[in-house]
Each structure stands twice: as C-alpha cells, then as structure tokens.
Design a protein around this ligand. Structure first.
Ligand code: SF4
Ligand code: SF4
Length: 135
C-alpha cells in the first residue's frame, strides 16, 4: 500500500487538535510498543494503541475517527503507566473520541446493548460511554 505523507498533514489542524486536547507531545513516541503489550483490550482493537499514536503523529484523521479501537479503549490507564516516554496514550484516545463527539457522531449506542452485552462489557467501558452523553 502506498501512503503519501506531507508536512501539511503531520502538522495540520487534526494533529494540533489532538495534541491540544490531550496535552501530549505525540512526536516523542518511538514505537516501542509497550503500550500495546500491556493493554487489556487489545484483542478487540482494529488499531493497536501504539498504532493510534503513530496514526495521530501522521495525521491519519479518517482512519482514527473510523476505528473501533477508540471505543474499545476502557480508559484503564495501563498504557500511560508503561510508556517510557511519558505519553498519556489514554488521553490521546480520549481526545480523538472528543473530536468525533463534538461532531455529534456516536459510535456506541449504549441504549441498544443487549443484557448479555451489558454483562460482558467491562463496567468502566460502559461508564466511559455514558460519560459521552453528559457534555
Ligand atoms: S487506557 Fe485504553 S489503550 Fe490504554 S491500556 Fe487501557 S484500554 Fe488499552
Ligand atoms: S509506550 Fe509510549 S513510546 Fe512506546 S509505542 Fe506506546 S506511546 Fe510510543
């Protein structure tokens, strides 16, 4: 697959917004993968946490906003504690969710979950989704 990456994209409004909302410097990530290695939700993610950071560095807005992973993330903060560069990955993921939510597009319809799904989903993930209705 051929990918074109321009400075306009990597320093564009999307990357700057993610950095502003998350308070993180995306450029210090060196792709060690420790965030993904410790993530308890990684088996359900289409884009791994270290890939989310790389995509955010590169301004891959559409790929991130369409991803399932940003909603699978349970905000458990394990990745934050493992990052040797001190990046708060969970805040970066929350920033991406916020960008989408501010467009009033929701991915998870909590009210449509079955009782079984509600029983299977970690409570913190449900809380994370309910929180989205409070803004
Ligand atoms: S905060 Fe999200 S991405 Fe980080 S370890 Fe927890 S579930 Fe995985
Ligand atoms: S742990 Fe930190 S430096 Fe390593 S890949 Fe994840 S975000 Fe990047």
């Amino acid at each position: 697959m051929r990918v074109n990456i321009s400075k306009k994209q990597t320093r564009g409004p999307f990357v700057r917004k993610v950095e502003e909302l998350s308070g993180q410097n995306l450029m210090v990530c060196y792709q060690c993968g420790k965030c993904s290695a410790g993530c308890p939700a990684v088996s359900e993610m289409d884009i791994l946490p270290n890939m989310i950071i790389r995509f955010a560095q590169l301004g891959f807005k559409d790929e991130l906003l369409k991803s399932k992973a940003i909603w699978v993330c349970a905000s458990c903060l394990t990745c934050n504690s493992r990052c040797p560069k001190g990046i708060n990955i969970a805040e970066v993921i929350e920033a991406i969710r916020q960008i989408l939510l501010r467009k009033r597009e929701d991915h998870v319809k909590v009210e449509k979950l079955t009782d079984k799904e509600k029983g299977d989903v970690p409570p913190i993930a449900l809380v994370s989704n309910f929180r989205k209705f409070t803004s």
